[in-house]
Design a protein around this ligand. Structure first.
Ligand code: 7TS
Length: 417
């Protein structure tokens, strides 16, 4: 099953059989059929290197961090901080002070909305988001707007599922304080021109919050090159455990921001009269952190660095082109989201078949997809659909698996139409 993928600009070969062998779950059967896992945008599978790193941590090093003077606590602290340094290098942040561990993308965005928002927004200010945001990049901004009197603005999109950049520019003004948008849409696969949008937002003095949940597993991220002010992502979508994620923020902004939560670790000294907060990044990490999760995230970063994100992107692009062509030949299938710059997601509806029924039939053929609104209800309304069927790729997927999806859809037609 080894496939050699030659890319246009680099003679990269990508050994998909070798990477698949690292993911134990891919060997299992579902409904007596080999699992075809195409729900990677919801959560990715974990390579044995990540599973073993977490296992080793609990077997050999488990203790609380930053506290004990004993060996295990020192080892746990070293492992936790080593993971932070790995993530720093992975996204090319300038320093570890700018890398905050969170529970995931949702918590990272809530942290910025609550902390930066409360400190900097007031009545009449504006927060600009887009039509294609995940609920976790809509609701926290609605909440803070409600509390501060700021106004939420929404950048429209076209029928292909691309942002209208002219409208984006018109919506920016000296009232805009925050611009929050995703790097890649989870429901459409649209890749947004982040660097350009950051530049436009900065031109009116706004800070930028980029939701990178769907970008980090698929392409190399350089936060300094993007020049974004904040960048949020989740470990579990990039082959690491659930419950761990990252908020990157520029130091000068994080320094101005009040803590998000109070408690242990985020303080230097506490008295009933006055508490002095800790330095970055601890200021934003109250309480016992997700230590094993961070260790797992560090192992996932090592894994991705070893496989190589450029090779991953090139391989996934060839899968996307193959799948696009195959799926568009399925009678009655309408692709939702057809952006020129697109990655890793096929979102579609089929005439005469409800997405949930399609998902159920596919599951019985061993194919796992997600169906529904994908936490993007306003986007579904825009496309006038109740939801879609979404097949989302990772680098361990193959052309044969896409063929199985297409065969499954033939079965759907047989059974429902
Ligand atoms: N932002 C985007 C673009 C996402 O795709 C998701 C999760 C989140 C934020 C929230 O991430 P979390 O890890 O904090 O939950 N997206 C999906 C999905 O598409 N299907 O299930 C979860």
């Amino acid at each position: 099953m080894t496939q050699a993928v030659a890319t246009n600009d680099r003679a990269t070969t990508f050994d998909v059989a070798a990477v698949r062998a690292d993911f134990p779950i891919l060997a299992r059967n579902v409904h007596k059929k080999p699992l075809v896992y195409l729900d990677n945008a919801a959560s990715s599978q974990k390579p044995r290197q990540v599973i073993e790193a977490v296992d080793q941590y609990y077997r050999r090093h488990n203790a609380n961090v930053h506290r004990g003077l004993h060996t295990l606590s020192d080892e746990a602290t070293a492992a936790y901080e080593a993971a932070r340094e790995k993530v720093r290098g992975f996204i090319n942040a300038a320093e570890i002070a700018e890398v905050i561990f969170t529970k995931g993308t949702t918590e990272a965005i809530n942290l910025v909305a609550a902390s930066y928002g409360r400190a900097h927004l007031s009545a009449g200010d504006e927060v600009l988001i887009t039509y294609m945001e995940h609920h976790s990049n809509i609701v926290p901004w609605q909440m803070i707007c409600e509390q501060t009197g700021a106004v939420l603005r929404v950048c429209p999109i076209n029928e292909r599922g691309e942002l209208l950049l002219d409208a984006f520019e018109k919506l920016l003004s000296d009232k805009t304080r925050v611009v929050a948008f995703n790097h890649i849409s989870n429901a459409l696969g649209t890749v947004n021109p982040v660097k350009k949008m950051v530049k436009m937002a900065h031109a009116v003095g706004a800070v930028t919050v980029v939701d990178g949940a769907q970008a980090v597993p698929h392409q190399r991220i350089d936060v300094r090159d993007l020049d974004c002010d904040f960048y949020a992502f989740s470990g579990h979508k990039m082959f690491a455990p659930t419950g761990i994620g990252i908020l990157y923020g520029k130091r000068y902004l994080l320094e101005q921001m009040p803590p998000y939560q109070g408690g242990g670790d985020m303080i230097k000294t506490v008295s009933f009269e006055k508490t002095v907060y800790n330095e970055l990044p601890s200021k934003f990490e109250a309480g016992t952190p997700i230590i094993a999760g961070a260790v797992g995230l560090g192992a996932a970063v090592d894994y991705l660095e070893r496989v190589g994100l450029d090779a991953v992107s090139a391989y996934e692009h060839s899968l996307l082109e193959y799948g696009d062509q195959r799926l568009k030949s399925v009678p009655g299938l309408r692709m939702i989201g057809d952006a020129v710059d697109k990655t890793s997601v096929f979102s579609f509806v089929m005439e005469g078949a409800h997405p949930h029924d399609i998902g159920t039939i596919l599951s019985h053929t061993g194919v796992a997809v997600r169906t529904g609104h994908h936490c993007t209800e306003p986007l579904m309304k825009f496309f006038k659909v109740p939801g879609t069927v979404r097949a989302s790729l990772a680098f361990y997927n193959t052309r044969e698996e896409i063929d199985q999806l297409v065969d499954g859809l033939a079965k759907v037609r047989e059974m429902l139409l």
